[in-house]
Structure formats: C-alpha cells, structure tokens
Design a protein around this ligand. Sequence first.
Ligand code: ADP
Ligand code: MG
Length: 728
Amino acid sequence: MAKIRFSALEELAHRKPLEVPKRRRVSEIFGCDVLTIEKMRQYLSIEAFKKLEKVMIEGGTIDRGLADQVAAAMKAWAVEKGATHYTHWFHPLNGATAEKHDGFIDLQKNGSMIEAFDGRMLVQQEPDASSFPNGGIRNTFEARGYTAWDPGSPAFINNNTLCIPTVFVAYTGEALDYKTPMLKALALIDKAAVGICQYFDKDVEKVTATLGWEQEYFLVDEALFNARPDLKLCGRTLMGHSAAKDQQLEDHYFGAIPERVNAFMDELEYECHRLGIPAKTRHNECAPNQFELAPIFEEANLAVDHNQLLMSTMKRIAKHHKFRVLLHEKPYKGINGSGKHNNWSLLTDTGVNLLSPGKNPKSNMQFLVFLVATTKAVLEQEALFKACIVSLGNERRLGGDEAPPVIMSVFLGQQLDSILDEIEQKVSSKKMSPDEKTELKLNVGKIPEIMRDNTDRNRTSPFAFTGNRFEFRAVGASANCGAAMIVLNTAVAEQLIAFKKEADALIDRGVKKDEAIFQVLRKYIIACKKIRFEGNGYSKEWQEEAQRRGLSVDSDCVGALKAYLAPKARKLFVENGIFTERELEARFEIKNEIYLKKLQIESRVLGDLALNHIIPTAITYQNTLIENVKGLKEILPDVYNEVGEVQLKAIKEISTHIKEIRTLVDEMTEARKVANNSISNEVERAQVYSATVLPYLDKIRYHIDKLELLVDDEIWPLPKYRELLFFK
Ligand code: ADP
Ligand code: MG
C-alpha cells in the first residue's frame, strides 16, 4: 500500500497545468449545445412553433402530431451537430442523473439504415423503475416506470447525445423523481403568489420562482484519490490526522487560484456556457483545495437541471486535469465542509422581484407580505425544512466548522427587524386613523433607504435574507436542489394562500384593503418571532435559546426524516396535490434506505482499511521497534531500558491502539450483524444503524489517527491530509 502512496506522490510532483486554450467569446458560444425555443423556430412551422411555445411557457401537454414535428426538429438539429444518440435525462431519487442512450437508427426492410426519432420516442421512454430507488412502489404495483418530456427545460447535446429533460414516474402514476413534485410546487407558488400580487398590481399574471445555487466542492489529485479507498468508495476520508496547517491562516479563501485548478475551471466554464449554464463566479473557498462556482440565477426548474448537469460535467472535466471532484458535504474532518446555498426569490411577469424592496409604500407592502410569508413558512414547516436537507454526509457538515447549525431559524437583518417591530406596535385590529395610516405607509416607504447600507450578512444562519432574496444555506453540496425547492415553494405557497384567505375575510367584513393587509401582516409578524434569530447561530447560547423557544435542536438526521410522515407534512403536501400519501411514504423510505446503505458502506470500508491496511502497517513498524530494542539489549544489557525508553513506550502505545481498533471493529461488525439479522424493515434498520453503528466510525478513527502520528511515515499506506489538501 505504501508503495501506492509514494508513487502517487511521485506522480504528483511531475504534474503540469494543462494549457488554457484561447476560446471564442462567451457571447458566441453560450448555449450552442442547447436547443432553445428560438432555435426551434427555424425547424418548425409557424403554427407548430406557436403551440410549442405556449406549452413551454405556460405548461401543459402536447399532442402526438405536435410531438412528431418537434421530434423531427430535434433530430434535424441534433444530427446536424453530430449527435448520434438520444436519451431521456432525469433525476431519480438516488440524487444522480440517469440516462439510457438509444441510437438515432432504424433498420429498413431493404436492410438500409436511417436516422429515426419520432414523437413517441420524444414524449415517452420506459426505464425499469425497479433499478432506481422507489420506496417499495414497485413491490405493491408494477415494476415499470416511464419518463415523459418536460418542455419547460430545453433539450441539449452532451457527449454526442441529445438529452431530453424528463420527469420519471411509476406506471401507476407515482413520482419517482425530484422534478415531478417540484413542477407541481412551482405551479402552486405561481398561483398563490399571483393571488397576493393582485392586491397591488392587476397586471401580474405569472410569478416564477428563481434559484441561484452556489456550488462548493473540493478537488483532489487523481493519483492520491486512487490511493485512498475511502475517498473512492465513500467520497470522504474515514481517517487521517489533521495537517499541521490547514485553514487557520485563512490564506486560501479568495486567494489566487492555483494554475492547475484555473485550467480546470476554464474548461468547466466553457462547457457550462456551451450547455447554457450561466456560470459566473469562481473562487477559492475557505478550506484548502476547496472552491466554489456560482451561476447567474434562473427559473428554478431550469436552475435545478443546470445544477445536476454541472455536477456531472465537473466530474467529467476534472479527469482531463487529473483531478477528482469531491461533492461530499464533509470530505475532511476538522476543516470546512461543502454546502450549496440555494438563493431563492420570486419574480413577476412584469419584472418585479417580490423579495426586493420597492420604490413606493405600495410595493414595499407587497415586499413585506412575501418576506413575512416566507419567514412564517420556515416556522410552520420547520421540521420539513430540516428533513429536506439532511443526509449522512450533511449530518457531518452541519453544526461545525462554519456550517449552519441543524436548528432552523430565519435571519432578516436588524433594519428589517425594526420595521417589523414597528408594524407590530403601530397596527391594531381597531380602525386606523388616516394619520396613523399615512405615517405607517411613509415608514414602510422608507425601507429601500434604510436597507441601502444593509451590509448585514449573518453567515451563521441556515436561512437568511440577503437584500433581495433568501438564502437557504443548509443544503448539502451533493444534494439535488429539487428536494429543498419542493419544500420551500410549497411551504411559502401555503402561507400566501392562508394570508390571502385571512385578508379577504377582513375585506369582506368591510375593512379597507390596505388595513386588512396590515392587520394580517401584524398577526404573521407576531407568530414569526419564534423562528427569527439575528445572533450567532454557531454559539452555545443559541442552542439553549432555541431549545427554550421549542425549536427542534436535535442533530439526529435520520430521526429528522420522520417529518415527511408527520400530519403537518401530509396536510401540506397531500392537500396541495404535491405528493400523495403513498409518494410521501416512498420518499421517506428511500431517504432512510440511502442513509442506511451509505452508512453500511462506510462501516465496511473502515473495517477493511483498519484490519487489512492499518493494523498490519502498525505491526510492521512495531516489529522494527522490537528489533531495535532487542539490539539495544544485546549491546547494552544493563541500560537498554533507559536508552530504549521511547521505543518501549511506542511499542506499548501501538499495542494499545491495535487492540482498541481490533475490538472496536469487531463490535461494529457485530452491531451491523445484529441490526441486519433482527430488523427486516429498512427504515427501522436505518435508525438502529444510526444509533449503534455510526458511533464506531469516529471511535475507530481516533485510534487510527493516533497511529498515523506514531508510525514511520515511510510505511504509512494512505496519503495524509497535508498531501491531499495542498497541491504543488
Ligand atoms: P454570496 O457568496 O455573496 O452569497 P454569490 O455571488 O456567490 O454571492 O452568489 C449569489 C447567488 O445568488 C448567485 O447565484 C446569484 O445569481 C443568486 N441570486 C441573486 N439574486 C437572486 C434572485 N433574485 N433569485 C435567486 N437567486 C439570486
Ligand atoms: Mg458565495
């Protein structure tokens, strides 16, 4: 093993950055591999184009005749660009993207081959649902599933293959992906938000949720990665003593981007731009070898597709540069992990960002309704906001090393806080005098001014208002943003619907519209106090304070998943038509299953590394020490004890660690066995694994990391943190 480590280090010493080629201007290549609606125009009749455009913008289904025309257009464009295959491209619940390529070929009776692709192939494909996580849906019903085109997201060419974004559902209709329920949630918030906008501006007919994700990731050299079975199989280091220096000096963040990385980023961005992903920002993140890429925000469905596409593109391009991308939320212990901040807002078809303070009292009132409704959504569905972001990986990240805590709270900033306080004090259920109203409106009108110098950016909050959007920061780096977007948009829609219902009831009773809105606002502001927190989310005091407030402070992630089955979640999702009961149960089961399987893999890999790599290495070194002491005894029989004191101590220490590792690995294996043999239900087994297997991972690691400090560097088999975290 040590051989692999040293040959990897040798290889690393000779790495050269790839040359950055001169590229065409971004304005020339942006979206060149995407079949945008504009390009479709060239391939379709005017009538077909109009019909398609309507579906692409407003949603709905397309008939077979139109599908055939669109398919012919897609084929013509794709084949012209050299594509040979097509695939439906979807997001199954394993978190990855899935594709099954079919050639554009059809054999004719006379034996000749033609390029074929028709409406039937465009609209539907039939992958086997049982090969993807389905939460038992296949056991109860049929194994088959089908994918159906999502015209809201344009087709694109990747690796000579025409990729058609699709939803993925079971034959019985249950969703087996993130996109299906997300599209429903986005339609719901559109309707709910338009309802509120109508109070302020009759012209608003459509509201779109916008998403700008910030993707954090680590890069590691390929040779070192290959010498670390834990990185290869689990995506994170299961062992490794901290390097003497990592991020203490804060010298990586925003520092000069290393040359090899720069070449990688250049190629990645070039690919992104070709694929229509508006990648804009790149920089070094806090931890050594940690980086970030952020795009310009887009409509949420498209943004989620683009993030999924980015993650797979990154992995592909990294290999050209002899890197591997780590999207795990916590690849290295003791330094920052990786998140994916989800910047989210709502945009009207009249071009107004509903979470941006407006120009006059009226638009500011509208802004306040959306601000407060979003805050109340987090309060009411606190448990779901947590459930949608937890995973085995994120469990390690949250609550440590500059990651937001597992406690949900909303940060609004001091200026907004005081405006909300003022509304609370000044509005009452009694009729307001014209003067009172004018004063209140005047103050509301001052919001943009007050917020102009709002540099208040609380980095410790899991859900923060950042001037013109909310930032959901607890989302993990490897996650499909869809999970968070489903909960966020549905929960906010629920509040907007309820808000309108209450305001309308007051208006029906004769209360003036603006007064009615102020009254409901006040009620919501008061209700939200529990979830609003401006202080340091990392602090111990917040833990205690949150507990006093009755917020969930539990850091047990697998336990948090239960929120999917709570009556509140059922009410939210089922009544609003986002999930059926069966779909919710399936999702819950799948999340537990993935947690369980990943933990099982980690535990097995650790057991293997500990017994077959670490212990033998420790024994080899111990034998060297024993030989040394024996030699000392031979030549210095009277004083060998004294002279060999350090060696003797090390021999004993090594023995202790070896013994502990052996015992703990045996106990961990036994814990797995007990859980596997006694519990057939995977949900229950996941909970038991979390309680009985998970704790061993850190316990075993402790002793291995101690051995790393004791054993001769020359024979240590695994690349060390200082090697993994710093390039030459
Ligand atoms: P920071 O690191 O300071 O949070 P970045 O520039 O890295 O800022 O990322 C901000 C992200 O927020 C970008 O992806 C940006 O496009 C996105 N964003 C800005 N305005 C909106 C909006 N109205 N809706 C959704 N996302 C937005
Ligand atoms: Mg950022």
